[in-house]
Write a protein that binds this ligand. Sequence first.
Ligand code: AMP
Length: 351
Amino acid sequence: MSRGRPKPYFIGAPPPAARAQIFLICPHRSAIMLCNENAEQQPVLLERKGKPMTLLAVGSIALDTVETPHGVANEVLGGSATYFSYAASFFVPVRLVGIVGRDFPPEHRELLETRDIDLAGLEMVDGKTFRWRGSYAGAMNAATTLDVQLNVFGEFEPTVPEEFRDSKFVFLANASPRIQKLVLEQIDAPELTICDTMNFYIQNERDGLVELLGMVDGLVINDAEAVQLTRKNNLIDAGRKILSLGPRFVVIKKGEHGSMLMDGKNIFCIPAFPLDTVVDPTGAGDCFAGGMMGYLAGEGTADAEALRRALAFGTVTASFNVEGFSLTRFLSLDRARIDERFAEFVRMMQF
Ligand code: AMP
């Protein structure tokens, strides 16, 4: 594909009300163009602000057993770092740090190798891979954890490979705050650090988590966990409390009700992408973070404007993942399809 100035194309006809503000998607670079009706010759390119950033992720790599109203998936590929890395790899190359046991099926490793995911930081050691078993019922807004076996993940002492230490964007996916901190401390000069957490660590490792929050730029967390962490029932109060612990921004995910970004000055809210069929919500939060941080790394910035668009890319990327069990829906997905749904999502919000 040629590298010259890209020729924009429309994704569908813009609705009449949106005529003055038409979104164009460039098919072969991660830029969004905005132009108005009269400026078709010279669209305003919302240029990438910087050069793409290296993106590193650490978190769980799991064998999941999941039950939803659509069926059961037994010992399938899962884990917070797995979902995150695969989702982010639609945007930029990813460096993965994680651990599995000798029972980790080779085909799972091969699947990750088909993506632009560098596995130099994936350790295989004697013992069993992390396992999680959960179920979803009704509207499938929250998983019920039936069993967690940390196995080799419980003893993980991550060593970040030398060649990963210059990573600029770092995502600390769901893992013990002890592991998240150990990885962060090995990165030379990170420019954007975001962490995730969950009920398990809020309950069992609160002090370590609070310490970690003093070291990162951002936190992504779901609504119930934000309430559990801060003991505030109102999400705005909870967001403020989290900001007081250190991060410069927090993204609170509200499942089918969308997500909210708070940075101490502004609040930005975005809906979820409406879907009529959700097959398996496992990994939605990690894929949201992967789409979000993959987009930011591609843009090379995390300023307020980019963060808002990143929330939309996170939302759209996660919306694909929940259409199938494990990572199956991602297998037939590409960046162009993500951009198409992004444009559809933007049109849905214009009025
Ligand atoms: P999400 O649905 O985005 O919250 O993430 C689901 C993934 O988190 C599953 O693939 C699980 O393997 C993984 N997971 C579940 N419990 C834990 C845990 N305690 N630590 C790390 N990852 C976990």
